[in-house]
Design a protein around this ligand. Sequence first.
Ligand SMILES: [Cu+2]
Length: 471
Amino acid sequence: MTNRRNFLSGAGAITGAIAAASVSKVAMAALPEPVLQTTPNTMPPLMPSSGRPYNPVVTLNGWTLPWRMNNGVKEFHLVAEPVVREMAPGFKANLWGYNGQSPGPTIEVVEGDRVRIFVTNKLPEHTSIHWHGQRLPNGMDGVVGLNQPPINPGKTFVYEFVARRPGTFMYHPHADEMTQMAMGMMGFWVTHPKAEHPLIEKVDRDFVFLLNAYDVEPGSATPKIMTMLDFNLWSWNSRIFPGIDSLNVRLNDKVRIRIGNLTMTNHPMHLHGHEFLVTGTDGGPTPKTSRQYEVTTDVAVGQMRQIEFLADEEGDWAFHCHKSHHTMNAMGHDVPTMIGLDHKDVAKQITSLVPDYMVMGERGMADMAEMEMPIPDNTARMMTGEGPFGSVEMGGMFSMVKVRKNQKAGDYSNPGWFKHPKGTVAYEFNGPPPETSRQRGAGAAAMPAQNMPAKNIEVQIRKPASGHSGH
Ligand SMILES: [Cu+2]
């Protein structure tokens, strides 16, 4: 009755009344069948079969959730549940996620779409979903205790709102967050513009992924949820290199990459060989006057960044977090620095007691990449990934943008390694070594006087350097 009265009382109340009425009606109708995903493969873009048209995104090592139309409302069904995620070939983790994987499926809608999301909780504890960055009625915002009661195990809740502004968003629980995010509960959300938008360009390829991090002890499979900073697996969509697919594009494609950060630290994302613009954040498209070319952009905790570039250089271009510890897989951080220390004799003594002992890191850590030492079952190697020239010596948050002339439009398959044109690869110098040239005289300036810029010579002319032999 209250709703009916509100309905008649003014425009401001109408939206709320319709929302309340449709939710209660729909809750009694049949749930859409949940769609599950069983592989960590990158799925091809899901072309919209109903509703307004748009250019779909590609979720790295992930997928987009299909929907059903119900009287003009897009209905999705998310199932929060424990999942087994293959984080890299040979390494599986017990995570929590949605619809069979962590992260959950990407949700793609169009600006102005009315969206209804059924959330079924199959976790052992209560949960909720917060729709990060969205404009929506306060009661749909998903903060347990503040905006809604918890979704208890076995229960299904319904969220419903209009996707009011186009952009790059994400979803995650707002209930026992520390546990549920540490276990991998999160997903991507893209709202496409309904018409041409002055700040949103058309692109040929549109990739999305979330930055996440786990602390899984080597040899085990379940993350330690109490870890605050010292994570040992730095992942994109719960995958670690070499388990992360490459971003395969055609030469001269306009490429957009949308990145969200749900870890506990910032990640400076760095692209080789090209310059990009930051064209959007979770606040929406950036004003054109704010855009400047970059090769690295920091994605802070809880932020989303949307970068765009013209892929006009062929090759296999590294794309990674620039924190060097984030491009490594599980290792202890309490390993002492051994560079420059010859500990062969010590090693020999230890080997007689511990046959599998291996000397690590006296020349640096690169040896780790080829490490033959046995590692516990279900453990990702610290840095690995075979490239055409040997080990790439990377793990964690690392992949490649592969730019190819003959990659067909809409073809996202891996073209293999780049075939370098003759004479374009760094090569070994095989001539005789030159004599080392040394600066003469103790305490001499770094640059010999004869190489000083003209200005300094002028100074010398005015004040002859009697007591300054070094100059
Ligand atoms: Cu990082």
